[in-house]
Structures are given as structure tokens and as C-alpha cells.
Ligand binder design. Structure first.
Ligand code: IVH
Length: 693
């Protein structure tokens, strides 16, 4: 399309030709490649524009116009299947207000010659699933063929792929007619779509060729159904809902209504949406549209509307068809979940764990029922792969409560040559270096304790029981301290006096006193606890202990080179680099100095040899209450001797240490034949008693 303001508007003939070319192009991307460039709403707009030109200028109508076609095209690669009964499409009510349902009821009543004096019409209200239509053919109760809709007359044979869907019965009960075609929708659940894209992104990050992410669940489902390699199709989780039927032969108990048909299909094992309801009269349809609309976000799958059908099959027959659409059914839409808008800027946000996320700031757009102004670009690779740039026209998607996402860029609408996006090399919140570790997709702020974005998380991590342990300093309190600005950095926590604490909302004097005492008590700590508490990426408790043992003193760790750090057992290059980067940041060193100045102390020593590791390679699980040790103490002892302590029992567990009131873990151990020992037997496995290092 040309956007030249000074050009003459194109003639209707030229515009129609242009629209046809565009619609052909987009239909090919959509139906054949499963990879549309523009949202459905945009396609519909172009389609309607062409329809209205053709209506005003019938001489311009061509037989190959996209308006003259029911659906997609048949792919060359699958065997064509001629449908015994054509697969129709339904007319769409585009007024997305619930009251739009009245238009349909009025049309039905008019067509049936009903007056106001006549009773309301009985309907069935269903969900309009956003997947792809499928016809399942059963002969003598056995699934013999599954075919896509194609152009409505001829579809594609995708039986092998459909057989992998567990919700599709392969065999029907004996009371099913000898020939039965069940029609319905194949779709992908939203959570499974997200997981699939997540996996695809990981494959792409790992350098896999020929992989891509999918624009939405429908395209992912379509891609899976038409996957030529059915092993791949089998790995793509698909689901099915039945809503109609095609050819039926030898039916001795044919129901008289749509609703009874659906219940019969359900009885034979086909999933039928539980929302499916009988609805009498227009008011009931309006209420259904409203009710489903309100809970649309909570559904585990996408719907793009609801469908109303006249319930009585006799009345359906009387109503018949207009061109190829039944007069007895209509699809009533909800606001689209994909729209076009422009990118005003690309910001970078810092999460609670320091993760940097590029976010597109958008010209406000109404999508999925809300006005969206931000959409995530996930990470640098995604932003660059989609090649989103400032000023671009993009497709934005918001479905369910999933955060809005930029799915693609309309490259032919790009003006000029805006710069490609690059991730900043420093944290936009605190200025610390931003690092992307090898094999990772995310950049992270290395500011840790210093970074405002990570403040709450960092304080909670430091104060937890297995780190420096400040009893009573939990979620709520940290939230309050940081949000009110009383605490800006971790050392500020140690500068809190009784007065400041007692002055907080909902803080009793007694509790304030307890926290002051807990802070005081926490000042005497150990080097491993302190190190672990700093929240250095990849430095867990075990690594902190090894570091402390190896170097003996904090200053030596802070000044160690990557090579020196790599000499510590269990510290690989990634961990060594992470520790080094952390202490390279002046702010992080400053925080450590301030904590020392606040009175935090621990014993330092000389570098020590590694303790003997007689339990290296053994996995333990602890359960129940032990006579002398706490669980934490037992865990420390085992880990010091080289053992791994896991949370649950499996075949790989070597020992379960059971104390009093041991529960399901003990039972599991017994059923798997894992060795069960008590505290005394555990102590006997250790070299000799060791203190908390
Ligand atoms: S009935 C003659 N019911 O919408 C009626 N269709 O254009 C045939 N769809 O291709 C369709 N949910 O893929 C019907 N509950 C539902 C539906 C539904 C989704 C899709 C179907 C069809 C298109 C209609």
C-alpha cells in the first residue's frame, strides 16, 4: 500500500486488485505456511474493504477473488480428502457488544416468519474455539481418517498426526453408527503453547537451525497438525473439542436437537466444552456472551467468540443456507487478541533477580479487552530476532492473563533505517555492569545488594535462616522498610534503631525490640553464611563453604583472580567469573565494608585443606525429627563430608535418614528398597564430628 499523501486515491478497480493481491499473500502465509504477518483483525479489515468494493462494483468481481473462497488451500504434501459433507463456515457477528446477539435472533425469527406473539427460539450456545477445524471419520467404530477443512470441499489427510491426540477416541462404543464423521476443533492450550515457545527459544539460543517460535496457539496447533514428521507432531501437545458432525450412515437413534447430539458425542468420549448450554431467546444469548466474556481470560485455551446455533434440527433445515453459510448459526466475536500498533521506545526493565528485560513502549492499543502500552521482548536475542525497532509497526498480542507480547514486525511499514536494538552494558537502575553469561539468554545486573531493583530480594536473601539469619525480618517487614524509604541499602538494615522500627505502621513495641535483638545477634556470623548471604549468582551454601575453607579470609576472596577462584573445588569458570565480576563492582565492595563497619564479624583463618569427603557421590534424604541434631545440622554434616542432600526420595537415593514421625518419604524409601538408617547410623558414616564451618 502506498502512503503518499499527495497521490490521487486509487480507482476502485486498482484498489480491488491491490487488496486481492494482499489478501492472497496473507492467506498463503496464514493457511499454507502457518505463519501470518498481520493479525486476523487486520486481515478481516482488508477483506471487508474488498467485499464492499465488490458489492458497489459487481463488474469488478473475479472468480478468483479471496471473497469467493471458503477457507484455505490444500497443501501439496498431504493426500487430499474430499469431504462427504462439505465443511461449512459460519457467518460472523462483528458487533462485539453482548447485545450483538439480538441481531442473530432477529434474523432467525424473521426467516422463520415468527412474530412477537410467538414464543422465544431455543438455541444452543457454544464456545468458538480458536484452533483449526477437523473432521474425524469413524467406520464401524474405528477412527479411519482425520481431515482438515481445506477449502471446505477438499481437505488434507492428517490422520497420523491426529491419532497422537489423546483426547481423540480411536474406537467408539458399540452404539455408535457404522459411519460417523465427528467435527470439531483441534487446539493447543495456552500454557502448553507458552512452554512450546519457551522450548523453541531455548533451542534457538543453543544454535539449532530451522527452529522458530509460534505467533499464537492456533498457529502452533496448525503447524503441529500439518507437521510432516509425525514424531514431532506427537511431541506437540494438542487437544480437541467436538461441536458438530458430517456424514452419518445407519444411525438408528438420531437425536432431534443440536444439544442432544453434543451430549451423545460426549457420551462416546469426545470432549465437549462444559460451558455449552441451552439458551432460550435473545436475552439468554446476550447473557451467555457476557458470562463467557467475563471468564475468557481464565479459560486455559483461546476462544475468539461464542457460537449460537438453533437447537432444533428441523428448524435448522427450514432455515437452510445463504451461499455457503448456515442461517441457523452465527459466530459472535470478542475483542481481538492481536492488534497493530507502533513502537514508541524500547526500555530495559530490571527484575527482582537482576534480570534485564527489553520492553517495547507502545502507542496505546485496545487488545484482548484492555489498553496495552507495554509489551515484553523477552531478551536481547528475541528482540533482535524479531528485529523490533523504534518507530516500527508491530503486531501485539494479549491473550488471557499472559503478559502482552510483540509477535512480529511489519517490515514493509518501517520508515527509514532506525537503529537495531542493543542491550545496554550497564544496569539502567544502578549502573553496575550488565553481564550475559555463556549459554544464557539473559543479561543480569551484577549490582546485587546495591541495585535498587533487587533490594527487597537481596535483603531477604541475606536475612534468611541459612544465611546471616535475622529472625523476624520477613517479606512484609522488608516490603514496608523499602517502600517507605527507611531502608535503601542492606547496611541500612543494621542502622535501624528501636525508634525507627517502633514508628512503623502496625509494629508493636515488643516486636520492634525483638528485631533489634535479632539484628544484634546476627552480627556474629560465619564467613560461609556471610558469603552465601551476599547473593552472588551461582554461589550457594556449598560453594560458599568451599570458598571460605579454601581462602580462609574474605579479603582474599574479594581480591582473587578468576584463575585463583577456579582452583576451589566445585568452582568452574562460570562461577569463578561470577564471583570475580561481583567483587569487581565498587558498589558491592562498599556494601561489604559498610556491613563490617556496622559490626558484622566472623572468624577468619588460614586457607585450609579440603576436609575428607568419604560421602562424595552419595545422595541422602532426611525425614522426621532426629534425637540430637536439627535437620539443618544434619544437612551441614553430610554436605561437609561430600554428600548431596536431596528433598525427595527416588531410585537414585542412597540413604534415607529417618527420625521420629517420618512420613511418606520413609514409605517411599521402603517401597523403592532404599537403605533406611537412623541418626546414630548416619553419624557413624561421618569421618569424625565436625563443627559448623
Ligand atoms: S460450527 C455449520 N461450532 O469456526 C457449522 N464452529 O467459521 C460449522 N469453530 O471452521 C461450524 N468453534 O473451525 C462451530 N462451537 C463451534 C466452533 C466452530 C470454533 C470454528 C470452526 C469453523 C469456524 C466457523
Amino acid at each position: 500500500m502506498t502512503d503518499d499523501l499527495f497521490a490521487e486515491p486509487p480507482s476502485p478497480a486498482a484498489r480491488a486488485a491491490e487488496l486481492r493481491a494482499q489478501l492472497h499473500h496473507h492467506a498463503h502465509r496464514y493457511y499454507t505456511l502457518d505463519d501470518p504477518e498481520i493479525p486476523d483483525a487486520e486481515y478481516d479489515k482488508l477483506f471487508r474493504e474488498l467485499q464492499s468494493i465488490e458489492a458497489a462494483h459487481p463488474e469488478l468481481l473475479t472468480s478468483d477473488s479471496p471473497t469467493q473462497r471458503v477457507g484455505g488451500r490444500v497443501l501439496e504434501m498431504f493426500t487430499p480428502v474430499r469431504h462427504a459433507v462439505p465443511m461449512l463456515s459460519i457467518n460472523t457477528e462483528t458487533d462485539t457488544e453482548p447485545s450483538g446477539a439480538r441481531n442473530f435472533d432477529a434474523r432467525v425469527r424473521r426467516a422463520l416468519g415468527l412474530t412477537e406473539a410467538d414464543p422465544p427460539v431455543d438455541y444452543v450456545a457454544e464456545l468458538k474455539f480458536d484452533g483449526l477445524a477437523m473432521s474425524l471419520r469413524y467406520e464401524d467404530g474405528v477412527l479411519v481418517q482425520a481431515a482438515t477443512r481445506g477449502d471446505g470441499e477438499v481437505g488434507e489427510d492428517v490422520t497420523t498426526n491426529i491419532r497422537t491426540i489423546s483426547q481423540v477416541p480411536l474406537r467408539l462404543p458399540a452404539d455408535a453408527p457404522p459411519v460417523l464423521e465427528v467435527r470439531g476443533e483441534v487446539y493447543m492450550r495456552r500454557d502448553q503453547f507458552e512452554a512450546l515457545n519457551e522450548a523453541q527459544r531455548a533451542k534457538m539460543a543453543a544454535g539449532a537451525k530451522g527452529e522458530k517460535t509460534f505467533v499464537n496457539p492456533r498457529n502452533a496447533a496448525a503447524g503441529a497438525v500439518r507437521q510432516l514428521d509425525s514424531r514431532i507432531a506427537a511431541q506437540r501437545p494438542l487437544s480437541f473439542f467436538a461441536y458438530s458432525w458430517g456424514e452419518v450412515q445407519g444411525d438408528t437413534a438420531a437425536p432431534a436437537t443440536q444439544y442432544d447430539w453434543l451430549m451423545r458425542l460426549k457420551g462416546w468420549g469426545f470432549p465437549v466444552a462444559e460451558q455449552t448450554a441451552k439458551a432460550t431467546g435473545a436475552d439468554a444469548l446476550v447473557a451467555f456472551h457476557q458470562r463467557v466474556g467475563a471468564s475468557r481470560d481464565q479459560l486455559p485455551y483461546d476462544i475468539d467468540g461464542v457460537v449460537y446455533k438453533v437447537d432444533s434440527l428441523a428448524l435448522q433445515k427450514r432455515l437452510g443456507f445463504v451461499t455457503r453459510e448456515p442461517r441457523w448459526a452465527v459466530a459472535h466475536k470478542y475483542p481481538a487478541q492481536e492488534q497493530l500498533t507502533t513502537v514508541l521506545a524500547i526500555d530495559v526493565q530490571v527484575g527482582r533477580t537482576g534480570k534485564l528485560t527489553p520492553v517495547a513502549k507502545l502507542a496505546p492499543v485496545f487488545v484482548g479487552g484492555v489498553t496495552v502500552t507495554n509489551a515484553t521482548l523477552h531478551n536481547e536475542d528475541e528482540a533482535r530476532r524479531k528485529d523490533v525497532r523504534v518507530g516500527d509497526t508491530v503486531v501485539v498480542r494479549r491473550a488471557g492473563d499472559v503478559i502482552p507480547e510483540v509477535v512480529s514486525v511489519l517490515l514493509d511499514k518501517r520508515i527509514g533505517e532506525p537503529a537495531p536494538f542493543t542491550m545496554p552494558r550497564s544496569c539502567p537502575v544502578c549502573g553496575s555492569e550488565a553481564v550475559r553469561e555463556e549459554g544464557e539468554v539473559d543479561f543480569r545486573c551484577s549490582g546485587g545488594l546495591f541495585c535498587g531493583a533487587q533490594r527487597k530480594q537481596a535483603i531477604l536473601h541475606f536475612a534468611q535462616r541459612r544465611a546471616v539469619e535475622v529472625e523476624g525480618l520477613g517479606d512484609k517487614l522488608v516490603e514496608q522498610l523499602v517502600d517507605t524509604g527507611v531502608v535503601k541499602t542492606l547496611p541500612d538494615v543494621y542502622r535501624l534503631g528501636f525508634t525507627a522500627l517502633a514508628g512503623l505502621d502496625r509494629m508493636a513495641e515488643k516486636s520492634a525490640k525483638n528485631i533489634v535483638e535479632a539484628l544484634e545477634k546476627s552480627k556474629r556470623t560465619t564467613l560461609p553464611r556471610f558469603l552465601f548471604g551476599l547473593g552472588i549468582r551461582h554461589v550457594g551454601e556449598a560453594t560458599a563453604k568451599e570458598l571460605a575453607r579454601h581462602f580462609g579470609q574474605l579479603d582474599r576472596i574479594m581480591d582473587a583472580s578468576v584463575e585463583a577462584l577456579s582452583e576451589v573445588s566445585d568452582v568452574g569458570p562460570v562461577v569463578a567469573q561470577s564471583i570475580h565480576t561481583f567483587f569487581e563492582q565498587a558498589h558491592n565492595r562498599e556494601v561489604v565494608e559498610q556491613l563490617r563497619a556496622c559490626g558484622l564479624t566472623w572468624e577468619e583463618g588460614e586457607p585450609a585443606e579440603r576436609a575428607p569427603q568419604p560421602l562424595a557421590g552419595k545422595t541422602f534424604v532426611l525425614t522426621g525429627t532426629f534425637p540430637s541434631l536439627s535437620r539443618d545440622q544434619a544437612k551441614d554434616l553430610l554436605e561437609a563430608a561430600g554428600a548431596k542432600v536431596a528433598g525427595s526420595v527416588s531410585k537414585k537415593t542412597d540413604y534415607v535418614v529417618a527420625g521420629a514421625e517420618a512420613g511418606s518419604k520413609l514409605e517411599k524409601a521402603q517401597s523403592l528398597g532404599v537403605t533406611v538408617i537412623d541418626e546414630a547410623q548416619m553419624l557413624a558414616l561421618l569421618p569424625n564430628a565436625q563443627g559448623d564451618s
